[in-house]
Design a protein around this ligand. Structure first.
Ligand code: FAD
Length: 653
């Protein structure tokens, strides 16, 4: 017999794909009372998305598991090499080593999900609850004005474990015939998780709801949010195989245009190669009625053989395959009352060929997750949530525009058009590359992005712009000299960061300026308590929502850790001095990436330095001159909630 349960949670996440897991990561890191549910019996193990863009990898570095991705993944280093009989038309430059520590990398979505799950488990008890079916959603707008209320009611049904999928049946359901290997050992636990699960009906009341339930989003439909866009009549197959082929670029990302169509070849981890293959063009308007069972693995194989000829192509092992139809759709709205949010494929769907769906979905979840987590914790003001729509919806629109252009280059190839197609592809790739990599992301002015009208405030940091990510560099730790990427230093733990770009601190004048600033940082002022004590922390995690790092540019050996004021390198009796807080932009002879050029590339004056505030997601929130504590306080006052005093007056601490 089914039991009936009523419960409350601060945050409910529906869907445990890339976007839902990313949002859940923030709940775990910030210790939020949250639930994450999925209708699937298990996580994904094989197939689906595989392309990771540099910006996503930078985020993984800040989350602490980038090394696991690099250990297993296949990386792009250069474009295609040798010439074969199919003539190489153009080289697409896929990497710009100068822009990021990372470049395009491929690893199956299932492994990415594994790493995020492990990261969640490391810092909280939050677990994905699987085999759960959503039945109804109600939203009471009248309750939404009070941050402590639960305006959302979701009814759920947990199904029993009888139909628990085995790895084989999971593979069958994704249409596979053959397998190339068993599950990774660390994925086994996911199969047994539901063994003791009982059927139940549950009514959950939540303060916030995040709908990450994919392209056919149930949440979106419950909210009556429509999508704009259309599907094309082109049907494609995708196969992940151990290719037996003499095609010379088989282990390089290649676009191959034969006389009967264009395929995309993507080398993957574990010797797998993925092929995107056009298999059918339906008559206009008939694709909805198209019978997919007509597309077989054999048929896709023969299409590859046809296009790649005169080179050979065959396989015995297929890890995963599927058939899909290209379409571009975008949700017209992505929030309701800043209490319910949509993220990932629930907002945008498009062709998988440019490898952006998972990246954008992860980045949506990342952008939204910290805001909801800190709003639920009472750390940031609820208005902060308005910036999700402002920052991510325009990017979803750009994504679709990009995809429309890109996909057209794979369609309707006429033999005579091949030369121009290759040129167009190279031009298109160059035009959209920085967007695709996640670098051309410019968030507009808002409560969390302070874009000063006064150019004077930013003129000596030309390449540190509020609303953009902080460009990653390697710096040397002042205490031990070891180099580290800034992406790893600026951990995604929910805290805002003050970067004291202290400049060249060898001279007495600059040293005095840093002393004066540090003293002010630790002092009460007319506007209240010292800035690090003034705001509500992240309960159970950090007393202050603000952390301080110092990046100076004096040669590492010519200054000492203890030359810096104590507030910049605090002492904690349990963990010792904060040796990880002072860094030098100095070259290191045994690490070519650590070349002492960060100040120059950030555009920061070495004599004067700069003050910068980094949001919890490593985007620049505010920038000002050294000593401009007032400007910085105004920024924090706009975002963070002040601690209440005993007598309840928030203006005095
Ligand atoms: P999903 O991954 O769809 O996850 C949604 C989750 O919600 C699922 O687990 C689902 O079970 C659950 N769910 C749905 N409804 C409910 C409900 N009512 N109740 C509870 N749970 C529910 N992207 C890239 O960036 N790079 C690539 O290389 C790439 N290649 C791709 C190749 C293929 C063949 C395909 C099909 C896609 C590819 N993508 C790629 C796209 C990528 O897979 C998606 O964009 C991404 O998975 C979207 O993540 P998401 O979390 O928003 O949604």
């Amino acid at each position: 017999e089914q039991s009936r349960v009523e419960s409350t949670t601060d945050v409910l996440i529906i869907g445990a794909g890339p976007s839902g897991l990313m949002a859940a990561y923030w709940m775990a890191r910030c210790g939020i009372n949250a639930r994450i549910i999925d209708k699937r019996e298990t996580k994904i193990f094989v197939g689906h998305a595989d392309g990771l863009r540099p910006r996503t990898l930078e985020l993984f570095d800040s989350m602490g598991f980038q090394h696991r991705v690099l250990h297993e993944a296949s990386e792009s280093t250069e474009g295609p090499g040798h010439e074969g009989k199919l003539v190489r038309q153009a080289l697409l430059d896929m990497t710009q080593a100068d822009h990021s520590p990372y470049h395009n990398t491929r690893l199956s979505q299932g492994r990415i999900e594994r790493f995020i799950l492990d990261s969640i488990h490391e810092c909280s008890d939050l677990r994905v609850e699987r085999g759960i079916i959503t039945e109804s959603l109600e939203y009471d707008e009248k309750l939404a004005a009070d941050a402590n209320e639960y305006p959302i009611t979701v009814k759920l049904r947990t199904v029993g474990p009888e139909d628990l999928h085995t790895p084989d049946s999971n593979k069958q359901s994704s249409q596979n015939q053959l397998t190339c290997e068993d599950l990774f050992p660390d994925d086994w636990e996911d199969l047994t998780q539901r063994e003791n699960q009982k059927e139940k009906v549950e009514t959950i009341r939540a303060k916030y709801l995040i709908g990450c339930d994919g392209a056919h989003s149930w949440t979106r439909r419950q909210l009556d949010i429509s999508t704009e866009g259309s599907s094309t009549d082109h049907i494609w197959g995708v196969i992940d195989v151990i290719a037996i082929s003499n095609f010379p670029d088989i282990r390089r990302v290649s676009v191959v245009t034969g006389t009967t169509g264009t395929i995309l070849v993507i080398p993957r981890e574990r010797g797998i190669t993925r092929f995107y293959v056009p298999v059918q063009i339906c008559e206009a308007g008939t694709s909805d009625r198209f019978d997919r069972s007509f597309i077989t693995l054999k048929l896709i194989k023969s299409r590859v053989q046809e296009i790649i000829a005169p080179f050979t192509f065959d396989f015995e092992i297929c890890d995963w395959w599927t058939v899909y139809q290209i379409g571009q759709r975008i949700a017209t709205e992505i929030t309701k009352g800043n209490r319910i949010f949509l993220a990932g494929d629930a907002v945008h769907t498009h062709s998988p060929k440019m490898g952006l769906g998972m990246n954008m979905s992860l980045q949506d979840g990342f952008n939204l997750g910290w805001k909801v987590a800190l709003a639920a914790a009472g750390t940031v003001k609820p208005e902060t949530l308005e910036t999700y729509d402002l920052e991510r919806h325009p990017l979803a629109k750009m994504l679709l525009e990009f995809d429309r252009h890109w996909v057209n280059l794979f369609l309707d190839i006429e033999p005579g058009e091949m030369d121009t197609k290759a040129e167009s592809m190279a031009a298109m790739s160059a035009k959209f590359e920085n967007f695709a990599h996640g670098w051309n992301v410019y968030y507009p002015a808002s409560k969390i992005v302070s874009k000063s009208e006064d150019d004077g405030a930013t003129k000596n940091a030309q390449h540190m712009v509020p609303g953009e990510r902080i460009h990653p560099f390697k710096l040397r730790n002042q205490a031990d000299g070891c180099p580290q990427w800034t992406t790893r230093l600026l951990k995604s733990d929910g805290r805002f960061r003050i970067l004291v770009l202290a400049g060249d601190v060898r001279g007495p004048t600059q040293r005095q300026r840093i002393e004066t600033f540090s003293e002010a940082l630790g002092s009460e002022s007319a506007s209240g308590a010292p800035i690090l004590d003034r705001y509500v922390g992240i309960p159970g995690r950090y007393e202050s929502p603000i952390d301080v790092f110092t990046f100076h540019c004096a040669p590492w050996r010519e200054v000492e850790f203890f030359d810096f004021p104590e507030i910049l390198r605090p002492l904690n009796m349990s963990t010792g001095y904060a040796y990880d807080k002072i860094w030098s932009d100095d070259a290191c002879i045994f690490d070519r990436y650590c070349d002492g050029t960060a100040y120059e590339k950030w555009g920061v004056d070495r004599a004067l330095g700069k003050l910068v505030v980094i949001r919890p997601d490593q985007y620049i929130g505010w920038i000002g001159n050294m000593g401009d504590l007032e400007g910085m306080t105004q920024y924090f006052d706009g975002v963070l909630v002040r601690k209440l005093t005993v007598n309840g007056d928030p203006s005095v601490i």
